[in-house]
Design a protein around this ligand. Structure first.
Ligand code: AMP
Ligand code: MG
Length: 290
């Protein structure tokens, strides 16, 4: 009887090294259907995701407990990618494994009138994770150098200055105790066409479809160029970018979960020591009626 081979999988730190954007990184070299660091298929991927969810949940609770006990550390996961690349799936299937109290989630769409009255980082500053929390951005300030650049929504000189502003902003977050993980979900145009078509085919998915998605498809190369510029200019030691092949939903979820786990393992938050005498409290409790 043949025993089923277990999937061979890179541990989190090794995977992070593989996916991290370094000098000379080229987005065009990424194969969206590939599954770096995971030698297995859909079923193995789902099983690995479920296992990782338990670990993630425990680490998150420890980070939360640390934050409640005076700790100031937090994590910020920034998720970018073309439409249908799976950003929402990360929120639901990866971050969804942890206690919602410990999560600060924010999706960023086209700015409101009020947001437009302020600098582009204003709305981002208001959505940052508090001590002990995991912040999750579904899109982010990077839209201000991607969609804004592609569609020429502000003068060139304005978006040109933003890369340095973003780096300064992210460095200050890192200095204040926030660990940033920035992931670009890299989907292929063919896979996106399939996913958009399947949204159109199902009435319960129509709410997810936006006619402007087709316009963005028509500017695919311009978006890739804008993302390449982001990777070239904003992947820093304290706020690195990771590019995750995204044509396979199970892979992208597993990979982002591993990146989060890697960061949390590195932070290694500890259960806080009791601020009271445990033996005394046990005795007091035992002495109460009922
Ligand atoms: P979705 O994430 O599918 O709900 O779509 C949100 C839309 O808002 C996308 O088309 C983004 O490109 C757009 N968006 C997000 N941030 C900005 C921004 N700063 N300026 C213009 N459009 C934006
Ligand atoms: Mg959309």
């Amino acid at each position: 009887v043949a025993t089923k081979q277990k999937a061979r999988v890179d541990p989190p730190g090794v995977l992070a090294d593989r996916l991290r954007v370094g000098p000379g990184f080229r987005l065009v070299d990424v194969e969206p259907r590939s599954t770096p660091g995971f030698d297995g298929g859909n079923a193995d991927g789902q099983a690995a995701l479920a296992r990782g969810g338990k670990r993630l949940s425990e680490f998150q609770e420890r980070l939360f407990a640390e934050g409640r006990s005076g700790g100031h550390r937090s994590v910020l996961l920034i998720v970018q990618g073309m439409d249908t690349s799976g950003k929402g799936g990360i929120v639901r299937h990866v971050v969804g494994a942890v206690d919602p109290q410990g999560v600060r989630h924010q999706a960023f769409g086209a700015p409101t009138e009020e947001e437009l009255q302020h600098d582009f980082l204003w709305r981002v500053r208001r959505a940052l994770p508090r001590a002990g929390q995991i912040g999750v951005f579904d899109r982010s300030h990077y839209e201000d150098v991607v969609v804004v650049r592609v569609n020429e929504l502000v003068p060139r000189s304005t978006w040109q200055e933003r890369y340095a502003q973003i780096n300064g902003f992210e460095q200050s977050l890192a200095d204040d105790g926030t660990t940033l993980i920035k992931v670009l979900l890299q989907i292929s145009p063919a896979e996106q066409r399939e996913r958009l078509a399947s949204r159109l085919a199902r009435p319960e998915k129509h709410w997810k479809y936006d006619p402007s998605d087709v316009e963005a498809r028509l500017r695919w190369d311009d978006y890739q160029e804008a993302y390449q510029a982001v990777l070239d200019r904003c992947s820093t030691p304290d706020a690195p970018w990771y590019v995750v092949p995204a044509d396979r939903k199970w892979y992208v979820r597993w990979a982002v979960q591993q990146l989060l786990l890697d960061v949390l393992e590195g932070l290694d938050p500890q259960w806080p020591k009791a601020s009271f005498d445990v033996a005394v409290e046990k005795a007091r409790l035992a002495a109460t009626p009922g």
